[in-house]
Write a protein that binds this ligand. Structure first.
Ligand SMILES: [Zn+2]
Length: 441
């Protein structure tokens, strides 16, 4: 499977992703709001190419951008202190206790804010208009702290070319994909009797492998969903085919659990080191707890074998009760992700900062929470870039967040609520050195 180190060796950034511009779609979506106002390091005329190479005081400054005075939380470097972070040419240039403001063309005052590596969401659905799930990536990802989003199987071999052409190539968010093992992807949604694995003719490993090989720069693994409503009795056969594809392409496999036809231990037995289980903390049938609330031994054994356990909150897949029982047994998620799609962006998920807040209320430290959506996530897949860290030389991806104080109510996927006195909110996101703001509420 891929690693962040592999990613450094072959940086495959799309040019379009490195120079985000407002597309017609974003302009329409952002009318009347502050959505995606790409701030200019050189003032109002910066969108026009500079016609003159003559050095001026402005363009002789060593940094494009300085994020000043924030609490920098970067678990990859064990940082949690007040620091300034400088960005130049789309990369992290330096962090230090005090970098003078006049060293940069543009300065963000981050005093009182939290500054982290750009967040990585390893489970989203951001292929809009093809099936019921997909949302536009930029308003929900890069505008809200997430600089890299992994689409978890919305597209399959038949639909990935459209995803690549119409969405990934023009998104400001760095988008990577897990290709659904079923060639039609998730176009049918939850339509009764039309689940993607109910007709195994669409589940062809060779087809999935071919498309993955042709799109190695963007496809970082395969996805399969185990819920009886999407599989009928075919989940085990589907997994065997997904296993064959993953082995042939040497890519990891993300498996969605929750209400499966086949009991979980039989499915876990086919997973290998580097694979990821998502929706881990759901309250549905064939989950990770036994009737007494104990984690089943096969799950603990799978973790020892190198299988990672992701949150994938979603509208139906995250239970405070299950999560609390797991935490009491010392079983924390390896990564925290949203499973953002059309039916949960207005609750209970909303976005990544809201999802992270739920783990603060459950008692995890800010550092432990941020690790699970930065460096831990970066290690799972080969994203083709050095991300999840503010190490000098890494991608210039930064999230500036506010840890607001107040009285907040959070809701899980079962409609159960918890109160907490803090909530993380996105303030501004830096992606490859450019700035993005959340849309006005
Ligand atoms: Zn999902």
């Amino acid at each position: 499977m891929g690693t962040a180190a592999n990613g450094r060796e072959k940086n495959m950034e799309l040019n379009t992703a490195a120079t985000p511009q407002l597309s017609r779609r974003e302009l329409l979506a952002g009318a009347g709001s502050s959505l995606l106002i790409a701030a200019s390091p050189r003032g109002a005329n910066a969108s026009a190419p500079s016609p003159s190479p003559i050095p001026t005081e402005e363009n002789t400054k060593p940094f494009d951008l300085l994020i000043k005075g924030g609490r920098v939380v970067d678990p990859s470097q064990k940082l949690d202190e007040i620091l300034d972070v400088a960005i130049h040419d789309g990369k992290i240039a330096r962090w230090e206790k005090d970098i003078p403001a006049d060293q940069a063309r543009q300065v963000i005052d981050a005093k009182g804010k939290i500054v982290t590596p750009g967040l990585i969401d390893v489970h989203t659905h951001i292929f809009p208009y093809v099936g019921p799930y997909g949302i536009e990536p930029d308003p929900y990802c890069v505008a809200r702290g997430v600089t890299t989003a992994l689409d978890a199987g919305t597209s399959g071999a038949f639909t990935f070319p459209a995803f690549r052409h119409f969405v990934i190539s023009s998104a400001a968010t760095r988008v990577r994909a897990l290709l659904h093992i079923v060639s039609i992807g998730m176009v049918a949604g939850s339509t009764p009797n039309m689940g993607e694995l109910e007709d195994l003719r669409y589940c062809v490993p060779d087809l999935a492998v071919r498309v993955a090989e042709e799109n190695r720069d963007l496809i970082v693994g395969f996805k399969i969903r185990f819920s009886e409503k999407y599989t009928g009795p075919n989940d085990l056969e589907g997994l065997k085919r997904a296993r064959a594809a993953a082995d042939q392409a040497r890519l990891p496999l993300m498996t969605h659990i929750g209400g499966s036809y086949t009991p979980l231990p039989e499915l876990l037995a086919l997973l290998k080191n580097g694979d990821v289980m998502t929706h881990t903390f759901n309250s549905l049938r064939h989950g990770i707890l036994d009737p007494a609330g104990k984690i089943i031994p096969e799950v603990l054994e799978a973790r020892r074998r190198g299988i990672s356990f992701d949150v994938g909150h979603g509208a139906g897949s995250f239970s405070f009760d299950v999560m609390e029982k797991c935490m009491q047994q010392g079983f924390l998620p390896d990564t925290i992700s949203t499973d953002l799609y059309s039916a949960n962006i207005h609750g209970p998920v909303f976005d990544m900062p809201t999802t992270l807040s739920k783990f603060l209320l459950l008692g995890m430290s800010l550092t432990d929470v941020i690790a699970r959506c930065t460096i831990n996530a970066a290690k799972l897949f080969n994203f083709g870039a050095e991300i999840g860290t503010l190490r000098p030389g890494a991608e210039g991806d930064v999230a500036v967040l506010d840890l607001a104080a107040g009285d907040f109510t959070f809701t899980d996927s079962d409609g159960k609520t918890r109160q907490w006195r803090q909530k993380l909110n996105p303030v501004v996101t830096v992606r490859a050195g450019k700035l993005f703001y959340p849309a006005a509420a």
